[in-house]
Ligand binder design. Structure first.
Ligand code: NZQ
Ligand code: ZN
Length: 390
């Protein structure tokens, strides 16, 4: 295990078909002013909104709403929500939705008492909050991001074509509680379901493809990846399969709740490339990752052959006998590619509306990380993005 570290995750999870009932345990812990935050209306169609409102009323809450949080929430929407939360003197922000809604609630939480412009402070200067923050609770309706149990909040600035994530250092920014009812995810359109599945897988890869030591995280990651592959195949054939969908929900939470990254370096270049492409296309997050992953992994493969070989054998059951490490490693990526196609993921940037003229801008917006097997230079970023077009 690398270095010295501490581990604390304060988010209390309530999991299962009856999990929403635990709002009766959580809501009394906070003052009466609640801001209910949700997206474009799916929770009104599938009844979750009515169920949550019932619990809020029963607990005597005075509720204001921030509705219409869009996928890949924007900085203007953040400014609007901060005003609503201030006016309402919010005691609790209750996010009901997917990663976008949960992330957005955290961004409002750190901005509500902050005098500076939150975009400049948190997303350009990457400062930590130095003002009071508001508690956030989540009722999760889409699986993938892990936002339900982490301190990440991704915000998009469409004016500058920047999509930037801030993972706050203070665990107080993590949701105080999250309600995980797998049944809530059953109304997701197929494209969102598979986008979320690939997001889970990518989170694990980002923390797996780094380091040369024999790290506990890598064994945890391999188990999670095998579970995601198995359950995604079942869910893809039979989207209403509760067992598969509930396994995916639990795997998503553990894929990005700070556990896997302890004691090792991490990569995150697929996310940096995908996020920058997302700022130009507003595409579903998971699809931006699937579009760039294989060109990126094939590019860095020569710098991390041993790990890619291990991935092939331990995750994809590639037979090692009589082959070189490189051949085994390449076969692992080929197995990953056919699984991605089987799910129906978007496999290139053109499929998301990216054109050749956008490549330089997307490269400009790609933050370069240094924890993976190869620190990319700008030329390599452009090359990978161009390969991702086809
Ligand atoms: O807006 P509504 O009407 O609710 O519709 C949403 C949205 O259109 C719909 N949806 C959600 N639950 C549903 C449903 N439709 C039917 N039934 C349901 N039960 O799904 C669409 C996508 O939702 P969204 O929340 O945008 O998806 P996701 O959970 O993938 O979140 C994406 C955001 O999270 C960020 C991404 O960058 C992106 O902005 N991420 C956050 C991370 C974190 N906090 O650590 C890490 C991730 O890597 C990611 O970057
Ligand atoms: Zn992600």
């Amino acid at each position: 295990m690398l270095g010295n570290f501490s581990y604390c995750n304060p988010t209390r999870l309530y999991f299962g078909e009856d999990a929403l009932g635990f709002l009766n345990t959580e809501l009394p812990r906070y003052g009466e002013n609640v801001v209910l935050i949700y997206g474009g209306g799916s929770i009104k169609k599938n009844g979750i909104y009515d169920d949550v409102m019932k619990f809020l009323r029963e607990n005597g809450k005075n509720v204001a709403e921030i509705a219409g949080v869009m996928p890949n929430p924007t900085v203007d929407k953040l400014y609007e929500g901060v005003e609503i939360a201030r006016k309402h003197r919010a005691d609790l922000l209750l996010a009901v939705g997917g990663g976008s809604v949960c992330d957005y609630a955290k961004a409002v939480s750190v901005s509500v008492n902050c005098k500076d412009d939150p975009w400049e402070k948190y997303y350009i200067r990457f400062e930590e909050p130095d003002c009071g923050t508001l508690p956030v609770g989540c009722v999760l309706t889409m699986v993938g991001t892990g936002s339900e149990m982490n301190a990440g909040a991704v915000i998009t600035n469409p004016r500058t074509h920047q999509k930037i994530g801030h993972v706050f250092a203070d665990e107080k920014i993590m949701p105080r509680f999250s309600i995980l009812n797998p049944k809530y995810t059953l109304t997701l359109p197929h494209c969102q379901m598979v986008s979320g599945i690939y997001d889970i897988f990518s989170h694990i890869c980002e923390q797996y493809f780094s380091g040369e030591d024999d790290n506990v995280s890598d064994y945890l990651s391999e188990g999670l990846m095998r579970a995601v592959i198995r359950d995604s195949r079942i869910a893809n054939r039979d989207p209403q399969n509760y067992e598969a969908r509930s396994n995916l929900m639990w795997a998503a939470t553990w894929a990005l709740n700070t556990l896997l990254s302890r004691g090792k370096s991490t990569d995150w270049m697929v996310h940096m490339l995908g996020q920058s492409a997302g700022a130009y296309t507003n595409a579903p997050h998971g699809m931006t990752l699937s579009a760039v992953s294989l060109p990126y992994y094939r590019h860095i493969l020569p710098f991390g052959v041993r790990k890619f070989r291990r991935f092939a054998v331990n995750v994809w059951d590639v037979k090692a006998e009589g082959r070189t490490d490189m051949q085994i490693a390449e076969e692992g990526l080929a197995a990953m590619e056919s699984w991605m196609k089987e799910l129906g993921l978007v496999m290139n940037l053109t499929g998301l509306g990216v054109t050749g003229e956008m490549i330089e801008g997307i490269a400009d917006g790609t933050l370069i990380m240094n924890g993976g097997y190869k620190v990319l230079n700008r030329g390599e970023i452009v090359e990978i993005l161009r390969e991702s077009l086809a």
